[in-house]
Design a protein around this ligand. Sequence first.
Ligand code: F6R
Length: 242
Amino acid sequence: MRILLSPDAAGAGEIAAAIIASSVGDRPAPVLGVATGSSPQPLYRALADRVQAGLDLSRAAAFALDEYVGLPVDHPESYHAVIAREVTGPLGLDPARVHVPEGAAADPAAAAARYEAAIAAAAGVDLQILGIGANGHIGFNEPGSAVDSRTRVVDLAPRTVADNSRFFDGDAGLVPTRALTQGIGTILDAREIVLIAWGESKADAVARAVEGPQTAELPASFLQRHDRVTLVLDAAAASRLS
Ligand code: F6R
C-alpha cells in the first residue's frame, strides 16, 4: 500500500485528483469506480477544477459503489441523486455512461447480478475511488463481509446507520437499513484503487486497515492484498499509524 499524506482534507483531495488525472487522463474511455459520502468530496472538487482546466472525462464510464435499498431514485440522498449532483455534473461525465446499483428495483438480487454483468461488459474498473467507514467498511461491506463477496444486498451496521443519519436531518430512523453494494471481491478486481480518508473519526479504521491483520472484521484490511492501492490521508486520519 502506498500512503500519501496532506495536512488537511482539501490537500488530500488535490493529491487524489492528481493521481486520477495522471492514471486515467490519457485514456480515451476510462472506467472509474466512484464512492459517495463526505470523503471523496474534496477529491471531486479538485477533479472538477481539473475538468474546468481542460481534463476531458466526457467519454469516461463510472460505476457507483453502492445504493440504498428502498429509497426512491429521486430522493435527494439516494446515491443516484448524489452521484448526479456531486460527480456526473461537476466532472462532465456523460449521464448515459454513469451506473448506480438499482436499489429501488423490485428484485434487488437480480439488480445485483445485472450490475456485476455491466461492470464485466465495460471490461472492469480502471480506477476505483473509495472512502472508508469508521468501522472499516468499504462500499457497504460491513464487518463480517467475505473477501470474495460480489455485488449483493446487505444490512447496514448500526454504526453506519448512525453515521449516515447526518445526511437525513440527523434522524437515524430515516436512514435505510439495507443497501446494494459492490462486494469486496468486486472492488479488488479494479486495476487501481485510491482511498481517501480525512478526519480523526477514521484514524482507527485506517490504522487497522494498514497495519492490522487481514480480517473480515475490518473489511478495508483486505486492500492489503491488492498491488496498486494508494491511501491519501490528512494528518488526523493518519494520526494512529505507527
Ligand atoms: C460510499 C461508501 C462508503 C463510504 C463510507 C465513508 O459510497 O461506499 O463506504 O465511503 O461510509 O463515508 P463518509 O465518506 O461519508 O465518511
